[in-house]
Every structure is written in C-alpha cells, then in structure tokens.
Design a protein around this ligand. Structure first.
Ligand SMILES: Cc1cc2nc3c(=O)[nH]c(=O)nc-3n(C[C@H](O)[C@H](O)[C@H](O)COP(=O)(O)OP(=O)(O)OC[C@H]3O[C@@H](n4cnc5c(N)ncnc54)[C@H](O)[C@@H]3O)c2cc1C
Length: 443
C-alpha cells in the first residue's frame, strides 16, 4: 500500500463501546473519516446492567443506537456486523459477509467477554452479566423464578452470585432487595434466598478495608448469605458445587466472576498478556505495528507509574479511546504520540438502594452513603455523556432512585421506572435476546 493510499483510507475502529465511541468521536471532530464496526447497532452502558436484570430499568435505557450516538458526526460510518478476523499487521478487519476493511489505522476496542475459568458447567448454566442481552435474559429468568409456586423444586428461588467485586456485590444487593420487596407485598410463593460466593477474603477487594466491611455488613443485613474464601467447583442446572465441598441447591447462578479479552483478539497477530488483553506501549500503540492501537477492556492499559496496568473501568476505556485518537492525529501531523495519562476519579460501587461506597479522586478519599452515591452519579453521568446526550435526565433519575424508598413499588410484571431521556421514538435500540426482540420502549 502506498503512503497516499493509506492516508485516504478511513481509520477502522473495532468496537462501539465506551472506548471505541470516544475514539471515533475525537477523530470525527478532526474530520478524519472513521468506519466503526460493532455486532450491535447500539452502544451499551454496562454499569447499569444489574438494574436491567433486576427490573429496575428497561433495557432500552442502558443502550443507545450508534446512529444516534454519531448523529452529529457524519465522518463516522457505522457497520453493524460481526467481525470474524483481524489482521493487525495489515490493519484489516474481516467482516461476517466476507468484506475486508483496511484502514489507514486500526483501533482495537473490542472489549471483553465473561471468563468462566474452565469451571465445569458455568458456561452452560450460569448467567453472565456483560451485555444488554445478558441482562435481559437474566431479567426474564428472574421473572419466571418469582412466579414459581409453593410446590417449586429445591433451589428454585435460590440465586447464587459468583464474584465479590462490584458486579457481584451490586447484583446480590439488587436481587435481595427485589425478593424482599416482592415478599413484603405477598408476591412470592415461598422463601427466596441470595448467596454470594467469592474465593477472596473480602468483598470489593480493590477498595479499602472500611469499604469491605460496609459492603459486607449491608449485604448481610439485607439477608444475603456471603461466603468468602471458597470458589465454585461446578455449576449444574439445579445446584452449585463449591470448592469447600458444599453443595447449594440453586437454579440461578449469576456470573460476575471475571472477564477476558474479546475472543477475536487471540488470532489478530498482536501480543497479548493477562486476560488475553492486548499488550500496548505507554502511548497505547501495539508493539511492533504501525498505526495500530488497542484501548479499553481489550488492552492491558499501562498505569503510567511503572509496570502496572489499569483496571477494566469505564473511565479507563473512555480516556484511553480519546488518547488513541489524539495520538493518531499527532502521527498524521508527523508528531510523536504522547504516553497515556489516566485521570483517576476514583472507584465506586452501589451496594443497594441508599447504600454506596466510593474512593474519590487520585488519593482515593473514602466516602460512603449519600456522598458516595453523589460521586457515583457524577462519574457515571460523565461516562454516559459520551453516548447519551441528556445526562440531566440520568442525574434526576439517580437522585429519585436514591432518595425514594420504592421497595414496595418494585413490580416484576409492570414497566419499571425509567430514565426520562425524552428522545424520539426512532431512538429505540434494536435489542435481540435469543432470537426475540426485547420489549419496546413503550413496553
Ligand atoms: C456488569 C458490569 C458493570 C460495570 N460497572 C462499572 C462501573 O460501575 N464503573 C466503571 O467505571 N466501569 C464499570 N464496568 C466496566 C466498564 O463498563 C468497561 O470497562 C467498559 O465499558 C469497557 O469499554 P470498552 O469500550 O473497552 O468495551 P465494551 O463496552 O465491551 O465494547 C466493546 C464493543 O465491541 C463489540 N465487539 C466485540 N467483538 C466484536 C466482534 N467480533 N464483532 C463486532 N463487534 C464486536 C461489542 O459488541 C461491544 O459493543 C462494568 C462492567 C460490567 C461488565
């Protein structure tokens, strides 16, 4: 390929999550043509998936069609199709229809997938929580669970959540609240139970000790059976075997136990490290390749302080996507790329209604309760602003959600409380779960 040919080609961005969208927006702002490839025609906001799974939000509220996301960025052409192969050396992506997209540059932003660590039965029987489709599938399953009659088999109303990180803690808290609300209003035919299992010795391991204790105490107070220091040995349709020999009768296992890089990256001709994620240089370029970057959950993003890497967080994805775009623009201008500098706004988790922990800012100042929730809301509003224009709707939904004791209103059968995005009807994403479309926005 000649130099002129290369410059004329668009930048190919594989993945339209937080990282890919941030990168494409930045490039389009500089009038650089971009082709963005994603299997879904929407961007999904993972931090709120557990709320979809527990009927607190409809699926449409955490997904946004890419055509809306890029409405004001005509330089971005979106291709909604599965990518089946990547040849990073050639900066080429092969699509499911056989077409090969070659770019002047390639940005790998394909995210991650649930990692079952080879636990027998987990891939077949557990419910992962990584996509809107996963969340909707779990919501439908829980819908059936709460409708089981008094003669339900053993474990029918027992939910085992695997993983004591933010995903597991948030999900366990929300399911426990859902069961409590349904029991309170007489809509459960028998007792329901939530168990959280983690190999480690504390919940929310990346947080400080005070947050471990706060999360533990909150979950236990809400009836969650927290089992630490034990892993999952096998998952069956009707029970879970733990590594300490315990067998828990349970027909619902939610997998928040870890993730690894998107499978397409394994054969892409790029160096990979922990979790199968792409190894990148401090400026996010892939070692040994020209004009190829990897960002977000697809990469082991260097922390800039030494040999460490940053966790898989929305803010890391968004910021690394933007930096990759800035560096591509520098390369096009004949300048050297800059190293990625992460602006750490802290880490936070919602443990339940009215309960959150946060470690705010670079120094991770610890807060809990309403202040932590305000921090959670602010950081997530910033993340959402990349793809959803109306963050004020999100903020007012958030305060309402936090403020109100609406346990008694939780209703599995009716339309859940919405974030009032107020967008037009054409803005409804096309979410398909196991061949069937999810509810419509009106639904
Ligand atoms: C349940 C959950 C809760 C979370 N909560 C928080 C939180 O509270 N705060 C926080 O900061 N972070 C949170 N995170 C992490 C955060 O959401 C991620 O770090 C971030 O979304 C990663 O963005 P990404 O763009 O790298 O990947 P993704 O958002 O996963 O995007 C990757 C995109 O690539 C597409 N893709 C992949 N392979 C292909 C292919 N072969 N063909 C076509 N398209 C493909 C996918 O469809 C997807 O749209 C959470 C994650 C999960 C799973």
């Amino acid at each position: 390929m000649s130099a002129a040919e290369v410059v004329d080609l668009p930048v190919v961005v594989l993945g339209g999550g937080l990282a890919g969208v941030a990168c494409a927006h930045r490039l389009a702002d500089a009038d650089v043509p971009v082709v963005l490839v994603d299997r879904n025609d929407y961007h999904q906001f993972q931090p709120l998936l557990y709320q979809v799974a527990t009927s607190q939000l409809p699926a449409e509220d955490v997904a946004r069609p890419h055509r809306t996301v890029f409405r004001r960025h005509p330089a971005v052409q979106v291709r909604t199709i599965e990518a089946v192969a990547v040849d990073a050396g050639a900066r080429a992506v092969t699509l499911a229809d056989g077409q090969v997209l070659r770019g002047s540059a390639l940005v790998l932003a394909a995210g991650a997938q649930p990692e079952f660590f080879g636990v027998p039965g987990a891939a077949e029987h557990a419910f992962p929580l990584y996509s809107v489709a996963d969340a909707e599938r779990l919501r439908r399953h829980l819908h059936d669970v709460v409708r089981t009659g008094a003669d339900a088999p053993d474990g029918a109303r027992h939910v085992v959540v695997v993983g004591g990180g933010p995903t597991g803690v948030e999900t366990a808290g929300a399911v426990a609240e859902l069961f409590a609300a349904l029991a309170h209003t007489g809509r459960l035919a028998g007792p329901a139970k939530v168990t959280l299992v983690d190999r480690g010795s504390a919940l929310l391991a990346p947080f400080a000790e005070a947050s471990h204790a706060y999360a533990h105490e909150h979950l236990v107070r809400h009836g969650v059976d927290v089992r630490l220091g034990t892993g999952v040995a096998a998952v069956h349709a009707d029970r879970v075997e733990l590594t300490d020999g315990t067998v828990l009768p349970a027909r619902t296992v939610v997998w928040g136990g870890g993730e690894s890089a998107a499978p397409i990256l394994a054969g892409a001709g790029v160096p990979t490290g922990r979790g199968g994620r792409v190894t990148v240089r401090p400026d996010l370029r892939v070692e040994g390749l020209h004009h190829v970057y990897a960002v977000g959950d697809a990469a082991n993003v260097p922390d800039g302080d030494g040999d460490g890497t940053l966790p898989q967080l929305g803010s890391v994805a968004q910021q690394s996507g933007r930096t990759a775009a800035d560096n591509l623009l520098r390369e096009r201008a004949g300048e050297d790329p800059h190293p990625f500098r992460y602006r750490d706004k802290g880490i936070m988790a919602m443990i339940g209604r009215n309960a959150a922990v946060a470690e705010v800012g670079r120094k991770h100042h610890q807060v809990e309760g309403p202040v932590a929730f305000a921090a959670w809301l602010g950081v997530h509003a910033m993340l959402l602003s990349g793809a959803h224009s109306k963050t004020d709707a999100f903020l007012s939904w958030g305060w309402d959600y936090f403020d109100r004791d609406h346990a008694a209103l939780v209703e599995m059968s009716s339309t859940p409380h919405r974030i009032a995005w107020g967008d037009d009807e054409a803005d409804v994403p096309h979410i398909v779960v196991d061949g069937t479309p999810a509810r419509s926005a009106a639904g």
